[in-house]
Design a protein around this ligand. Structure first.
Ligand SMILES: [Zn+2]
Length: 205
């Protein structure tokens, strides 16, 4: 792509570095912003600056939060004995959208992926084991995508937690996931959590 301006090229390069954004889309977004009043563009860039500066992760579940402990962990209505383990915040949002889950979460911050150089110590797995060892947790639901990385992570978590005496469940693997939890429709996702099965049963198949 030939740019008439270095400033334009820089901005397009920044946008096209984002996942799923090609150069054409990046150019369209940049030109759109260029047509906005100064105040709108400042609002846009300020939202990102403040987000990055002020964002925190919940000290308990590692979900993105504005406070040291997130609203879900803080709620007296949530069942603290039931912990749903997910890859990232998008999965928490998808499960919350089902409106049916009453437990709490543990956000891993990714999946084990030797190809990408992501090992167990890069994730919040040790903190989950710690949470379980502190007592009060009866069941952990591994709500993780049925991908190679997902399966590796589930098996690792199972090995880490199997002697802790808690129930370890997985969400129904038979349904068409399309890989990522966030793309599953709410009814299917809600149902797959409700009909979760002990992980040992899925190993036997
Ligand atoms: Zn939390």
């Amino acid at each position: 792509m030939n740019f008439s301006s270095k400033l334009l090229e820089n901005a397009v390069n920044e946008f096209s570095a984002l996942p799923g954004i090609g150069q054409k889309t990046a150019l369209r977004l940049v030109l759109h912003l260029l047509n906005q009043p100064n105040a709108e563009v400042e609002k846009f860039s300020n939202a990102l600056t403040v987000l990055k500066r002020d964002i925190r992760f919940c000290e308990v579940c590692f979900n993105i939060s504005d406070h040291p402990v997130c609203q879900i962990c803080n709620s007296i209505k949530r069942d603290k004995s039931l912990v749903c383990v997910v890859e990232d915040t998008r999965d928490v949002m998808a499960i919350e959208n089902t409106g049916t889950y009453q437990g709490v979460y543990h956000v891993l911050g990714g999946l084990i992926s030797p190809m990408d150089g992501v090992g167990p110590s890069d994730l919040t797995i040790d903190r989950l084991v710690e949470r379980v060892s502190m007592g009060g947790i009866k069941e952990v639901i591994l709500a993780i995508s049925a991908t190679m990385e997902g399966d590796t992570t589930i098996f690792y978590l199972y090995k880490k937690l199997k002697d802790s005496g808690i129930q370890i469940s997985t969400i129904a693997r038979g349904i068409a996931f399309g890989g990522e939890l966030e793309y599953v429709d709410e009814i299917t996702l809600g149902r797959s959590i409700a009909t979760r099965i002990p992980y040992e049963n899925s190993l036997a198949r």
